[in-house]
Design a protein around this ligand. Structure first.
Ligand SMILES: N[C@H](CCC[C@H](N)C(=O)O)C(=O)O
Length: 258
């Protein structure tokens, strides 16, 4: 198998990206995608993304976790897809619309910052020591005292498996310091902490409001991979006009032969 690819990262969440508008990888297996994403034996990435034609909107994003399985919405992957589509000349910088597994997303580009519209959130459930919501992917959010020193991998893995079983959930640990929200995420399908998780940052910012910790509708978020901003409107129990904004950059391009 031989193909050209580009590597993008959005606040340290990194993706192998392929211009698949002329489909040529028609029988890619889970094992092959996992091999491509392997940090030692492959290119190395948290996820694998195909940019494809769409009859109604600018493009379609197909997302796979590094375990090789197609998964739910990827917020950072969506931001990187918008930047890649711009580089390919598919879109300009305004009024961008693409299709992902959870529906249509609107986006715009300002320098290296992508502003990405996320789905509404209207259902949040209480869990033993946190809350759960779907921001396009499933997210458990828990407040901790010192997130920088928290055993994210150990605790995240336990919660992902023991509370959420086979289907699993991403697991976010958050700390609010009155100015900024710190988030660290154990990511389902990567089965490790990632440098940031876009749908997780979105869930964490909404959780801050839902738990009454901060009555803000625009929240600066700090992750190990960098800074993002989440804004939203809250009316009658529904979080809408949810925007995830942050940098998305091309890291390199190359060809894969295996
Ligand atoms: N691993 C997630 C999908 C990607 C989420 C993350 N990379 C993001 O930026 O939203 C899951 O399987 O639910």
């Amino acid at each position: 198998m031989k193909f050209q690819f580009e590597k993008y990262q959005g606040t340290g969440n990194d993706f192998v990206m392929i211009d698949h508008r002329k489909p040529f990888l028609v029988d890619l297996t889970t094992e092959q995608i996992a091999h491509i994403c392997h940090r030692r034996f492959g290119i190395g990435a948290d996820g694998f993304i195909l940019i494809e034609e769409d009859d109604e909107v600018d493009f379609k994003m197909v997302y796979f976790n590094s375990d090789g399985r197609e998964s739910t919405m990827c917020g950072n992957g969506g931001r990187c897809s918008v930047m890649f589509a711009h580089t390919l000349g598919i879109v300009g910088t305004e009024d961008i619309v693409f299709r992902a597994i959870d529906g249509l997303h609107h986006a715009s580009i300002e320098g290296d910052i992508v502003h990405l519209g996320m789905n509404d959130v209207s259902s949040i459930s209480e869990k033993i020591r946190g809350i759960w919501m779907d921001t396009g992917s499933p997210h458990h959010v828990e407040v901790v005292d010192d997130v920088d020193d928290y055993p994210v991998h150990k605790k995240g893995r336990i919660i992902r498996n023991e509370i959420y079983g086979v289907e699993g959930s991403n697991v976010n640990f958050i700390e609010w310091n009155d100015q900024k929200l710190k988030v660290r995420t154990y990511e389902r399908g990567v089965e490790a902490e990632t440098y940031s998780c876009g749908t997780g940052v979105t869930a964490s910012a909404i959780a801050l409001h839902h738990l009454g910790i901060a009555q803000k509708d625009s929240i600066e978020v700090s992750t190990p991979g960098g800074e993002l901003r989440v804004s939203f409107e809250f009316n009658n129990g529904v979080y809408s006009k949810v925007i995830l904004a942050g940098p998305a950059q091309k890291v390199f391009e190359g060809s894969w032969t295996s």
